[in-house]
Design a protein around this ligand. Structure first.
Ligand SMILES: [Zn+2]
Length: 559
Protein backbone atom coordinates (compact mmCIF):
# COMPACT_ATOMS: atom_id res chain seq x y z
CA UNK A 1 0.00 0.00 0.00
CA UNK A 2 1.40 3.35 -0.98
CA UNK A 3 2.12 5.14 2.27
CA UNK A 4 -0.27 7.98 2.82
CA UNK A 5 -0.65 9.82 6.06
CA UNK A 6 -3.40 12.21 6.92
CA UNK A 7 -1.41 14.54 9.13
CA UNK A 8 0.13 16.46 6.24
CA UNK A 9 -0.75 18.01 2.90
CA UNK A 10 0.59 16.76 -0.43
CA UNK A 11 1.94 18.79 -3.31
CA UNK A 12 0.86 18.03 -6.86
CA UNK A 13 3.69 15.62 -7.76
CA UNK A 14 3.22 13.70 -4.53
CA UNK A 15 -0.52 13.52 -5.13
CA UNK A 16 0.10 12.14 -8.62
CA UNK A 17 2.53 9.56 -7.16
CA UNK A 18 -0.07 8.39 -4.64
CA UNK A 19 -2.73 7.95 -7.34
CA UNK A 20 -0.24 6.14 -9.57
CA UNK A 21 0.71 3.77 -6.77
CA UNK A 22 -2.91 3.03 -5.87
CA UNK A 23 -3.79 2.37 -9.52
CA UNK A 24 -0.92 -0.14 -9.71
CA UNK A 25 -1.83 -1.79 -6.44
CA UNK A 26 -5.60 -2.03 -6.95
CA UNK A 27 -6.06 -2.35 -10.72
CA UNK A 28 -9.49 -4.00 -10.47
CA UNK A 29 -11.08 -1.22 -8.38
CA UNK A 30 -9.04 1.97 -8.85
CA UNK A 31 -8.30 3.92 -12.02
CA UNK A 32 -7.48 7.55 -12.69
CA UNK A 33 -7.40 9.72 -15.78
CA UNK A 34 -7.03 13.36 -16.73
CA UNK A 35 -10.22 15.29 -17.44
CA UNK A 36 -8.36 18.34 -18.72
CA UNK A 37 -5.55 20.73 -17.96
CA UNK A 38 -5.41 23.59 -15.51
CA UNK A 39 -4.49 27.14 -16.50
CA UNK A 40 -0.82 26.29 -15.85
CA UNK A 41 -1.10 23.02 -17.78
CA UNK A 42 -1.33 20.57 -14.90
CA UNK A 43 -3.49 17.51 -15.54
CA UNK A 44 -6.68 17.51 -13.47
CA UNK A 45 -7.08 14.00 -12.09
CA UNK A 46 -10.36 12.13 -11.87
CA UNK A 47 -10.32 8.88 -9.91
CA UNK A 48 -12.89 6.17 -10.60
CA UNK A 49 -13.43 3.55 -7.91
CA UNK A 50 -15.68 0.51 -8.28
CA UNK A 51 -15.31 -3.25 -8.28
CA UNK A 52 -15.00 -3.85 -12.03
CA UNK A 53 -15.60 -7.59 -11.48
CA UNK A 54 -19.26 -6.74 -10.86
CA UNK A 55 -19.61 -4.44 -13.86
CA UNK A 56 -18.06 -1.36 -15.40
CA UNK A 57 -18.18 2.00 -13.63
CA UNK A 58 -20.46 3.58 -16.21
CA UNK A 59 -23.18 0.95 -15.62
CA UNK A 60 -23.57 1.62 -11.89
CA UNK A 61 -25.12 4.55 -10.03
CA UNK A 62 -22.35 6.95 -9.06
CA UNK A 63 -21.40 9.53 -6.47
CA UNK A 64 -19.10 12.47 -7.34
CA UNK A 65 -16.68 14.11 -4.91
CA UNK A 66 -14.82 17.27 -5.87
CA UNK A 67 -12.14 18.85 -3.67
CA UNK A 68 -9.79 21.79 -3.43
CA UNK A 69 -11.44 24.14 -5.94
CA UNK A 70 -10.32 26.92 -3.61
CA UNK A 71 -6.55 27.20 -3.54
CA UNK A 72 -5.72 27.12 0.14
CA UNK A 73 -8.55 24.77 1.24
CA UNK A 74 -6.21 21.78 0.99
CA UNK A 75 -8.03 19.90 3.75
CA UNK A 76 -10.59 19.01 1.08
CA UNK A 77 -7.94 17.15 -0.91
CA UNK A 78 -6.88 15.26 2.22
CA UNK A 79 -10.50 14.27 2.88
CA UNK A 80 -10.83 13.04 -0.72
CA UNK A 81 -7.68 10.92 -0.30
CA UNK A 82 -9.04 9.61 2.98
CA UNK A 83 -12.28 8.55 1.29
CA UNK A 84 -10.30 6.75 -1.45
CA UNK A 85 -8.11 5.06 1.17
CA UNK A 86 -11.22 3.91 3.06
CA UNK A 87 -12.77 2.49 -0.11
CA UNK A 88 -9.56 0.60 -0.92
CA UNK A 89 -8.78 -0.79 2.53
CA UNK A 90 -11.99 -1.17 4.54
CA UNK A 91 -13.26 -4.65 5.39
CA UNK A 92 -16.71 -3.39 6.31
CA UNK A 93 -19.45 -5.25 4.41
CA UNK A 94 -21.23 -1.99 3.52
CA UNK A 95 -18.06 -0.60 1.94
CA UNK A 96 -17.66 -3.80 -0.07
CA UNK A 97 -21.32 -3.51 -1.09
CA UNK A 98 -20.74 0.09 -2.15
CA UNK A 99 -17.84 -0.98 -4.37
CA UNK A 100 -19.81 -3.89 -5.81
CA UNK A 101 -22.94 -1.90 -6.62
CA UNK A 102 -21.89 1.75 -6.98
CA UNK A 103 -19.21 3.92 -8.55
CA UNK A 104 -17.24 6.70 -6.89
CA UNK A 105 -15.84 9.52 -9.00
CA UNK A 106 -13.36 11.64 -7.06
CA UNK A 107 -11.50 14.76 -8.18
CA UNK A 108 -9.03 15.16 -5.31
CA UNK A 109 -7.71 18.53 -6.49
CA UNK A 110 -9.73 20.45 -9.06
CA UNK A 111 -7.46 23.49 -8.83
CA UNK A 112 -3.88 22.16 -8.76
CA UNK A 113 -2.28 25.52 -9.63
CA UNK A 114 -3.76 27.42 -6.72
CA UNK A 115 -3.07 24.60 -4.25
CA UNK A 116 0.54 24.44 -5.37
CA UNK A 117 0.99 28.11 -4.43
CA UNK A 118 -0.64 27.53 -1.04
CA UNK A 119 1.68 24.57 -0.35
CA UNK A 120 4.90 26.28 -1.53
CA UNK A 121 7.78 26.85 0.90
CA UNK A 122 6.84 30.52 0.96
CA UNK A 123 3.11 30.19 0.48
CA UNK A 124 1.10 32.67 -1.50
CA UNK A 125 -2.63 32.67 -1.05
CA UNK A 126 -5.02 33.24 -3.92
CA UNK A 127 -8.76 32.59 -3.80
CA UNK A 128 -8.71 29.94 -6.48
CA UNK A 129 -7.31 30.10 -10.03
CA UNK A 130 -3.88 31.65 -10.61
CA UNK A 131 -5.04 33.34 -13.84
CA UNK A 132 -4.83 37.13 -13.45
CA UNK A 133 -8.39 38.45 -13.59
CA UNK A 134 -10.15 40.80 -14.22
CA UNK A 135 -6.94 42.78 -14.99
CA UNK A 136 -3.52 41.52 -15.92
CA UNK A 137 -1.62 44.23 -14.03
CA UNK A 138 -1.31 44.83 -10.31
CA UNK A 139 -3.31 47.65 -8.78
CA UNK A 140 -2.04 49.97 -6.08
CA UNK A 141 -2.54 49.03 -2.48
CA UNK A 142 -1.53 46.53 0.17
CA UNK A 143 -0.63 42.98 -0.82
CA UNK A 144 -0.32 40.28 1.83
CA UNK A 145 3.27 39.20 2.18
CA UNK A 146 5.58 37.65 4.76
CA UNK A 147 7.50 40.91 5.31
CA UNK A 148 9.88 39.60 7.98
CA UNK A 149 10.54 36.30 6.22
CA UNK A 150 9.57 34.05 9.13
CA UNK A 151 7.22 31.91 6.99
CA UNK A 152 4.03 33.35 8.50
CA UNK A 153 1.58 35.96 7.31
CA UNK A 154 0.19 37.65 10.41
CA UNK A 155 -1.27 41.09 11.07
CA UNK A 156 0.43 44.45 11.51
CA UNK A 157 -0.71 46.75 14.28
CA UNK A 158 0.21 50.40 13.93
CA UNK A 159 -0.13 52.97 16.70
CA UNK A 160 -2.69 55.52 15.51
CA UNK A 161 -4.52 58.12 17.58
CA UNK A 162 -7.63 57.46 15.45
CA UNK A 163 -7.23 53.69 15.55
CA UNK A 164 -10.15 51.32 16.10
CA UNK A 165 -8.45 48.84 18.40
CA UNK A 166 -7.03 48.76 21.92
CA UNK A 167 -5.56 46.12 24.20
CA UNK A 168 -7.93 43.96 26.23
CA UNK A 169 -7.45 45.00 29.88
CA UNK A 170 -6.76 41.46 31.12
CA UNK A 171 -5.32 39.90 27.97
CA UNK A 172 -3.03 42.44 26.30
CA UNK A 173 -2.34 40.16 23.32
CA UNK A 174 -5.96 40.51 22.27
CA UNK A 175 -7.26 43.63 20.56
CA UNK A 176 -10.81 44.77 21.20
CA UNK A 177 -12.85 47.53 19.59
CA UNK A 178 -12.77 50.95 21.23
CA UNK A 179 -16.12 52.09 22.67
CA UNK A 180 -18.23 54.37 20.43
CA UNK A 181 -17.90 57.39 22.76
CA UNK A 182 -14.35 56.67 23.90
CA UNK A 183 -11.41 59.05 23.35
CA UNK A 184 -8.84 58.58 26.06
CA UNK A 185 -5.51 60.35 25.53
CA UNK A 186 -3.83 57.87 27.88
CA UNK A 187 -4.89 54.78 25.91
CA UNK A 188 -2.94 53.46 22.95
CA UNK A 189 -5.14 52.89 19.91
CA UNK A 190 -4.09 50.79 16.94
CA UNK A 191 -4.87 50.40 13.26
CA UNK A 192 -4.85 46.76 12.19
CA UNK A 193 -3.90 45.64 8.67
CA UNK A 194 -2.65 42.38 7.16
CA UNK A 195 1.10 41.80 7.07
CA UNK A 196 2.27 43.01 3.68
CA UNK A 197 3.76 45.68 1.42
CA UNK A 198 1.97 48.59 -0.24
CA UNK A 199 2.32 49.09 -3.98
CA UNK A 200 2.91 52.79 -4.77
CA UNK A 201 2.57 53.90 -1.16
CA UNK A 202 2.00 57.66 -1.00
CA UNK A 203 2.99 57.94 2.66
CA UNK A 204 -0.61 58.47 3.78
CA UNK A 205 -3.19 56.06 2.38
CA UNK A 206 -3.39 52.37 3.18
CA UNK A 207 -5.96 50.43 1.20
CA UNK A 208 -6.21 46.77 0.31
CA UNK A 209 -5.25 46.08 -3.30
CA UNK A 210 -7.76 44.01 -5.27
CA UNK A 211 -6.19 40.57 -5.76
CA UNK A 212 -4.34 40.10 -9.04
CA UNK A 213 -5.76 36.56 -9.20
CA UNK A 214 -9.34 37.59 -8.65
CA UNK A 215 -11.23 34.56 -9.95
CA UNK A 216 -13.45 32.41 -7.76
CA UNK A 217 -13.90 29.16 -9.68
CA UNK A 218 -16.91 28.28 -7.54
CA UNK A 219 -18.82 31.18 -9.12
CA UNK A 220 -18.12 29.98 -12.67
CA UNK A 221 -20.66 27.12 -12.93
CA UNK A 222 -23.57 27.43 -15.37
CA UNK A 223 -26.34 27.89 -12.80
CA UNK A 224 -27.77 31.29 -11.93
CA UNK A 225 -24.44 32.77 -13.08
CA UNK A 226 -23.96 36.53 -12.82
CA UNK A 227 -21.13 38.73 -14.10
CA UNK A 228 -18.31 40.26 -12.11
CA UNK A 229 -20.26 43.44 -11.45
CA UNK A 230 -22.72 41.36 -9.40
CA UNK A 231 -20.18 39.14 -7.70
CA UNK A 232 -16.43 39.45 -8.00
CA UNK A 233 -14.59 36.45 -9.37
CA UNK A 234 -17.36 35.01 -11.54
CA UNK A 235 -15.22 35.09 -14.70
CA UNK A 236 -16.17 36.52 -18.08
CA UNK A 237 -18.86 33.91 -18.81
CA UNK A 238 -20.09 30.60 -17.31
CA UNK A 239 -17.57 27.75 -17.65
CA UNK A 240 -14.94 30.20 -18.96
CA UNK A 241 -12.18 28.66 -16.83
CA UNK A 242 -10.43 25.43 -17.93
CA UNK A 243 -10.81 23.74 -14.52
CA UNK A 244 -14.58 24.29 -14.45
CA UNK A 245 -15.06 23.40 -18.10
CA UNK A 246 -13.17 20.14 -17.49
CA UNK A 247 -15.33 19.23 -14.51
CA UNK A 248 -18.64 20.21 -16.09
CA UNK A 249 -17.86 18.23 -19.25
CA UNK A 250 -16.75 15.21 -17.22
CA UNK A 251 -19.95 15.29 -15.13
CA UNK A 252 -22.24 15.70 -18.13
CA UNK A 253 -20.45 12.79 -19.83
CA UNK A 254 -21.34 10.57 -16.83
CA UNK A 255 -25.14 10.52 -16.62
CA UNK A 256 -24.96 7.82 -13.90
CA UNK A 257 -24.10 10.46 -11.26
CA UNK A 258 -26.77 10.50 -8.54
CA UNK A 259 -25.15 12.65 -5.83
CA UNK A 260 -22.36 15.13 -5.24
CA UNK A 261 -20.19 16.71 -2.55
CA UNK A 262 -17.68 19.52 -2.90
CA UNK A 263 -15.02 19.57 -0.14
CA UNK A 264 -14.02 23.02 1.19
CA UNK A 265 -12.94 24.76 4.39
CA UNK A 266 -13.90 26.25 6.82
CA UNK A 267 -16.92 26.43 9.20
CA UNK A 268 -17.71 22.83 10.12
CA UNK A 269 -20.98 22.60 8.22
CA UNK A 270 -22.71 20.84 5.35
CA UNK A 271 -24.29 23.37 2.98
CA UNK A 272 -27.08 22.68 0.53
CA UNK A 273 -28.86 24.67 -2.15
CA UNK A 274 -30.40 26.93 -2.90
CA UNK A 275 -27.96 29.80 -2.64
CA UNK A 276 -30.30 32.38 -4.07
CA UNK A 277 -33.81 31.07 -3.27
CA UNK A 278 -35.68 30.23 -0.06
CA UNK A 279 -36.62 26.67 0.88
CA UNK A 280 -40.24 27.33 -0.16
CA UNK A 281 -39.07 27.20 -3.76
CA UNK A 282 -38.15 23.49 -3.55
CA UNK A 283 -40.49 20.74 -4.67
CA UNK A 284 -41.83 19.54 -1.29
CA UNK A 285 -40.47 16.00 -1.59
CA UNK A 286 -37.02 17.26 -2.54
CA UNK A 287 -36.80 19.57 0.46
CA UNK A 288 -37.86 16.75 2.81
CA UNK A 289 -35.35 14.42 1.22
CA UNK A 290 -32.59 17.02 1.47
CA UNK A 291 -33.35 17.49 5.16
CA UNK A 292 -33.35 13.75 5.84
CA UNK A 293 -30.03 13.29 4.09
CA UNK A 294 -28.78 16.28 6.08
CA UNK A 295 -29.81 14.60 9.34
CA UNK A 296 -27.74 11.59 8.33
CA UNK A 297 -24.81 13.86 7.52
CA UNK A 298 -25.01 15.41 10.99
CA UNK A 299 -25.38 12.04 12.70
CA UNK A 300 -22.28 10.72 10.96
CA UNK A 301 -20.01 13.78 11.01
CA UNK A 302 -21.26 16.04 13.80
CA UNK A 303 -21.58 18.95 11.37
CA UNK A 304 -24.96 20.66 11.06
CA UNK A 305 -26.59 20.65 7.61
CA UNK A 306 -28.06 23.99 6.55
CA UNK A 307 -29.42 25.95 3.61
CA UNK A 308 -27.00 28.43 2.07
CA UNK A 309 -29.81 30.92 1.47
CA UNK A 310 -31.12 30.82 5.02
CA UNK A 311 -27.99 30.18 7.06
CA UNK A 312 -24.79 30.90 5.15
CA UNK A 313 -24.99 34.25 3.44
CA UNK A 314 -22.05 36.66 3.32
CA UNK A 315 -24.35 39.66 3.08
CA UNK A 316 -28.09 39.84 3.85
CA UNK A 317 -28.85 41.24 0.39
CA UNK A 318 -26.36 39.31 -1.71
CA UNK A 319 -26.53 35.72 -2.92
CA UNK A 320 -23.89 33.35 -4.18
CA UNK A 321 -24.37 32.62 -7.87
CA UNK A 322 -22.73 30.13 -10.20
CA UNK A 323 -21.77 27.65 -7.46
CA UNK A 324 -21.34 23.95 -8.14
CA UNK A 325 -23.96 22.62 -5.71
CA UNK A 326 -26.65 24.82 -7.26
CA UNK A 327 -25.72 23.61 -10.73
CA UNK A 328 -25.80 19.95 -9.69
CA UNK A 329 -29.20 20.23 -8.01
CA UNK A 330 -30.94 22.87 -10.02
CA UNK A 331 -29.92 21.73 -13.51
CA UNK A 332 -29.12 18.02 -13.09
CA UNK A 333 -31.50 17.32 -10.20
CA UNK A 334 -29.08 15.38 -7.98
CA UNK A 335 -28.67 16.05 -4.25
CA UNK A 336 -25.52 18.10 -3.91
CA UNK A 337 -23.60 19.37 -0.90
CA UNK A 338 -20.73 21.66 -0.05
CA UNK A 339 -18.92 20.47 3.05
CA UNK A 340 -16.91 23.16 4.85
CA UNK A 341 -14.41 21.30 7.02
CA UNK A 342 -13.16 22.55 10.35
CA UNK A 343 -14.27 25.21 12.79
CA UNK A 344 -11.79 26.59 15.32
CA UNK A 345 -14.78 28.32 16.88
CA UNK A 346 -16.40 24.99 17.70
CA UNK A 347 -13.01 23.53 18.65
CA UNK A 348 -12.73 26.32 21.24
CA UNK A 349 -15.98 25.12 22.82
CA UNK A 350 -18.25 27.80 21.36
CA UNK A 351 -21.37 25.89 20.30
CA UNK A 352 -23.97 28.51 19.56
CA UNK A 353 -22.70 30.60 16.65
CA UNK A 354 -23.95 31.75 13.27
CA UNK A 355 -21.47 30.73 10.60
CA UNK A 356 -20.95 34.03 8.82
CA UNK A 357 -22.50 36.56 11.18
CA UNK A 358 -20.10 35.51 13.95
CA UNK A 359 -17.20 37.04 12.02
CA UNK A 360 -18.97 40.38 11.88
CA UNK A 361 -19.75 40.47 15.58
CA UNK A 362 -19.38 38.20 18.61
CA UNK A 363 -18.75 38.56 22.34
CA UNK A 364 -15.19 39.21 23.47
CA UNK A 365 -15.55 36.10 25.63
CA UNK A 366 -15.45 34.09 22.37
CA UNK A 367 -12.13 35.71 21.44
CA UNK A 368 -10.74 34.83 24.85
CA UNK A 369 -11.96 31.24 24.48
CA UNK A 370 -10.28 30.98 21.07
CA UNK A 371 -7.03 32.40 22.42
CA UNK A 372 -7.08 29.92 25.31
CA UNK A 373 -7.73 27.10 22.82
CA UNK A 374 -4.82 28.21 20.61
CA UNK A 375 -2.48 28.39 23.61
CA UNK A 376 -3.57 24.96 24.79
CA UNK A 377 -3.63 23.13 21.44
CA UNK A 378 -1.00 24.95 19.44
CA UNK A 379 1.47 26.10 22.05
CA UNK A 380 1.53 29.69 20.90
CA UNK A 381 1.84 29.02 17.17
CA UNK A 382 -1.80 29.83 16.36
CA UNK A 383 -1.95 33.27 17.93
CA UNK A 384 1.39 35.11 17.94
CA UNK A 385 2.16 37.69 20.59
CA UNK A 386 2.97 41.08 19.10
CA UNK A 387 6.63 41.81 18.38
CA UNK A 388 8.26 44.95 16.97
CA UNK A 389 9.26 45.19 13.32
CA UNK A 390 10.71 48.06 11.32
CA UNK A 391 8.54 48.18 8.19
CA UNK A 392 10.24 49.64 5.11
CA UNK A 393 7.20 51.79 4.31
CA UNK A 394 5.29 52.25 7.55
CA UNK A 395 8.18 52.56 10.01
CA UNK A 396 7.86 50.93 13.41
CA UNK A 397 4.94 48.48 13.57
CA UNK A 398 4.22 45.28 15.48
CA UNK A 399 3.58 41.89 13.89
CA UNK A 400 1.37 39.29 15.52
CA UNK A 401 -2.18 38.04 15.96
CA UNK A 402 -3.82 35.02 14.33
CA UNK A 403 -1.79 32.88 11.95
CA UNK A 404 -4.92 32.25 9.90
CA UNK A 405 -3.43 29.90 7.35
CA UNK A 406 -2.08 27.71 10.15
CA UNK A 407 -5.21 27.30 12.24
CA UNK A 408 -8.24 28.91 10.56
CA UNK A 409 -8.07 28.05 6.84
CA UNK A 410 -7.17 24.43 7.59
CA UNK A 411 -7.03 22.42 10.82
CA UNK A 412 -3.67 22.26 12.56
CA UNK A 413 -1.99 19.12 11.22
CA UNK A 414 -2.30 17.11 14.44
CA UNK A 415 -6.09 17.60 14.31
CA UNK A 416 -6.46 17.00 10.56
CA UNK A 417 -7.20 13.28 10.45
CA UNK A 418 -9.78 13.26 13.25
CA UNK A 419 -11.57 16.14 11.52
CA UNK A 420 -11.90 14.50 8.12
CA UNK A 421 -12.23 10.82 9.08
CA UNK A 422 -16.01 10.66 9.70
CA UNK A 423 -16.79 12.13 6.29
CA UNK A 424 -15.89 9.05 4.25
CA UNK A 425 -18.82 7.33 5.96
CA UNK A 426 -21.23 10.04 4.83
CA UNK A 427 -20.02 9.85 1.21
CA UNK A 428 -20.47 6.05 1.27
CA UNK A 429 -23.93 6.46 2.80
CA UNK A 430 -24.85 8.95 0.07
CA UNK A 431 -23.66 6.56 -2.64
CA UNK A 432 -25.68 3.70 -1.14
CA UNK A 433 -28.99 5.61 -1.10
CA UNK A 434 -28.92 6.07 -4.88
CA UNK A 435 -31.44 4.23 -7.07
CA UNK A 436 -30.36 0.78 -8.23
CA UNK A 437 -32.02 -1.13 -11.03
CA UNK A 438 -32.14 -4.89 -10.41
CA UNK A 439 -33.80 -7.95 -11.88
CA UNK A 440 -36.91 -8.93 -9.92
CA UNK A 441 -37.96 -11.94 -12.02
CA UNK A 442 -37.94 -13.45 -15.47
CA UNK A 443 -40.78 -15.67 -16.70
CA UNK A 444 -40.65 -17.93 -19.75
CA UNK A 445 -43.65 -20.03 -20.85
CA UNK A 446 -43.59 -22.17 -23.96
CA UNK A 447 -46.86 -21.53 -25.78
CA UNK A 448 -46.41 -24.12 -28.51
CA UNK A 449 -46.05 -23.71 -32.29
CA UNK A 450 -42.65 -22.08 -31.69
CA UNK A 451 -44.15 -19.27 -29.59
CA UNK A 452 -42.80 -18.16 -26.20
CA UNK A 453 -44.22 -15.86 -23.57
CA UNK A 454 -41.48 -13.81 -21.84
CA UNK A 455 -41.98 -11.45 -18.92
CA UNK A 456 -39.24 -9.30 -17.41
CA UNK A 457 -39.82 -7.60 -14.05
CA UNK A 458 -37.24 -5.07 -12.81
CA UNK A 459 -37.22 -3.15 -9.57
CA UNK A 460 -35.49 -0.21 -7.97
CA UNK A 461 -33.75 -1.49 -4.86
CA UNK A 462 -32.38 1.94 -3.94
CA UNK A 463 -33.79 4.40 -1.40
CA UNK A 464 -34.10 7.23 -3.93
CA UNK A 465 -36.31 6.97 -7.03
CA UNK A 466 -34.64 6.28 -10.35
CA UNK A 467 -34.99 9.94 -11.30
CA UNK A 468 -33.33 10.81 -7.93
CA UNK A 469 -35.36 14.01 -7.42
CA UNK A 470 -38.51 15.82 -8.48
CA UNK A 471 -36.25 18.54 -9.81
CA UNK A 472 -34.69 16.02 -12.21
CA UNK A 473 -38.18 15.22 -13.53
CA UNK A 474 -38.96 18.90 -14.01
CA UNK A 475 -35.66 19.38 -15.83
CA UNK A 476 -36.06 16.14 -17.82
CA UNK A 477 -32.55 15.41 -16.60
CA UNK A 478 -32.72 11.64 -17.09
CA UNK A 479 -34.51 9.29 -19.43
CA UNK A 480 -36.93 6.52 -18.39
CA UNK A 481 -35.89 2.87 -18.09
CA UNK A 482 -35.31 1.52 -21.59
CA UNK A 483 -35.67 -2.19 -22.31
CA UNK A 484 -34.41 -3.69 -25.53
CA UNK A 485 -34.20 -7.19 -27.01
CA UNK A 486 -31.64 -8.90 -29.15
CA UNK A 487 -33.40 -11.73 -30.99
CA UNK A 488 -31.73 -14.93 -32.15
CA UNK A 489 -31.61 -15.62 -35.88
CA UNK A 490 -35.01 -16.26 -37.37
CA UNK A 491 -36.95 -15.07 -34.31
CA UNK A 492 -39.46 -12.23 -34.29
CA UNK A 493 -41.60 -10.37 -31.79
CA UNK A 494 -45.25 -11.13 -32.38
CA UNK A 495 -46.62 -9.59 -29.17
CA UNK A 496 -45.20 -6.45 -27.58
CA UNK A 497 -42.45 -4.16 -28.87
CA UNK A 498 -38.74 -4.92 -29.22
CA UNK A 499 -38.00 -1.62 -27.45
CA UNK A 500 -40.02 -0.63 -24.37
CA UNK A 501 -39.86 2.34 -22.02
CA UNK A 502 -40.82 1.63 -18.41
CA UNK A 503 -40.81 5.14 -16.92
CA UNK A 504 -39.29 5.96 -13.54
CA UNK A 505 -39.46 3.73 -10.47
CA UNK A 506 -40.13 4.95 -6.95
CA UNK A 507 -37.78 4.50 -4.04
CA UNK A 508 -38.53 4.19 -0.36
CA UNK A 509 -37.48 7.74 0.46
CA UNK A 510 -40.94 9.17 1.12
CA UNK A 511 -42.00 6.26 3.33
CA UNK A 512 -41.00 7.44 6.77
CA UNK A 513 -43.87 6.72 9.10
CA UNK A 514 -46.41 3.91 9.31
CA UNK A 515 -49.01 6.58 10.08
CA UNK A 516 -48.15 8.84 7.17
CA UNK A 517 -50.99 9.84 4.83
CA UNK A 518 -48.92 8.76 1.89
CA UNK A 519 -47.51 5.58 3.39
CA UNK A 520 -49.14 3.23 0.90
CA UNK A 521 -46.86 0.41 -0.04
CA UNK A 522 -47.94 -0.11 -3.62
CA UNK A 523 -45.36 -1.60 -5.96
CA UNK A 524 -44.37 1.63 -7.66
CA UNK A 525 -40.75 0.46 -7.34
CA UNK A 526 -41.45 -2.34 -9.84
CA UNK A 527 -42.16 -2.50 -13.59
CA UNK A 528 -42.73 -5.26 -16.12
CA UNK A 529 -42.35 -5.80 -19.83
CA UNK A 530 -43.95 -8.73 -21.71
CA UNK A 531 -43.47 -10.19 -25.11
CA UNK A 532 -44.55 -13.10 -27.24
CA UNK A 533 -41.60 -14.26 -29.32
CA UNK A 534 -41.81 -16.59 -32.25
CA UNK A 535 -38.57 -18.50 -32.55
CA UNK A 536 -38.88 -21.60 -34.68
CA UNK A 537 -35.18 -22.33 -34.52
CA UNK A 538 -34.67 -21.86 -30.80
CA UNK A 539 -31.64 -19.85 -29.74
CA UNK A 540 -31.08 -17.30 -27.01
CA UNK A 541 -33.03 -14.09 -26.45
CA UNK A 542 -30.92 -11.31 -24.88
CA UNK A 543 -32.71 -8.70 -22.76
CA UNK A 544 -31.20 -5.44 -21.54
CA UNK A 545 -32.93 -2.95 -19.22
CA UNK A 546 -31.04 0.23 -18.56
CA UNK A 547 -31.51 3.49 -16.75
CA UNK A 548 -28.95 6.29 -17.00
CA UNK A 549 -28.81 6.75 -13.23
CA UNK A 550 -29.97 3.44 -11.78
CA UNK A 551 -27.77 1.11 -13.80
CA UNK A 552 -28.12 -1.78 -16.22
CA UNK A 553 -29.74 -5.23 -15.97
CA UNK A 554 -28.89 -7.91 -18.51
CA UNK A 555 -30.47 -11.32 -18.74
CA UNK A 556 -31.24 -13.96 -21.35
CA UNK A 557 -33.77 -16.67 -22.15
CA UNK A 558 -33.11 -19.97 -23.91
CA UNK A 559 -36.00 -20.25 -26.33
ZN1 LIG B 1 -14.16 27.10 -0.48
Amino acid sequence: MATVSFDRFYRYDELTDILTAWAAEYPSVFAFESIGKSFEDREIWLVTVTNTATGPASEKPAFWVEANIHASEVTGCTAALHLLHTLLTSDEPRVKRALDTRTFYVVPRLNPDGAELALADSPRIVRSSVRPYPREDEQDGLYREDVDGDGRMLSMRILDRNGTWKKHPDEPRLLIAREPDEDDRETQYYRLVPEGMIRNYDGVSIKMAPPLEGLDLNRNFPADWAPDSDQPGAGPFPVSEPEIRAEVEAIVARPNICGYISYHTMSGVHLRPHSGKPDDDFPVDDLRTYKWIGEQATKRTGYPAVSIYHDFRYHPKEFIKGGSDDWMYDVLGVYAWTTEFWSPIRAAGIEDFKFIDWFVDHPVSDDLALLAWADRELGGSGYVDWYPFEHAQLGPVELGGWDRLHCWTNPPLHLLEQEIAPHADFAIFHALISPKLELHSLTHDVLGEGKHFVRLVVENTGWLPTNVSERAKQRKACRPIEVSLVLPDGARVVGGEPKVELGQLAGRHMKRSMLGWRADDSTSDRAKAEWVIEAPNGGTLEIEAKHQRAGVVRTSVKL
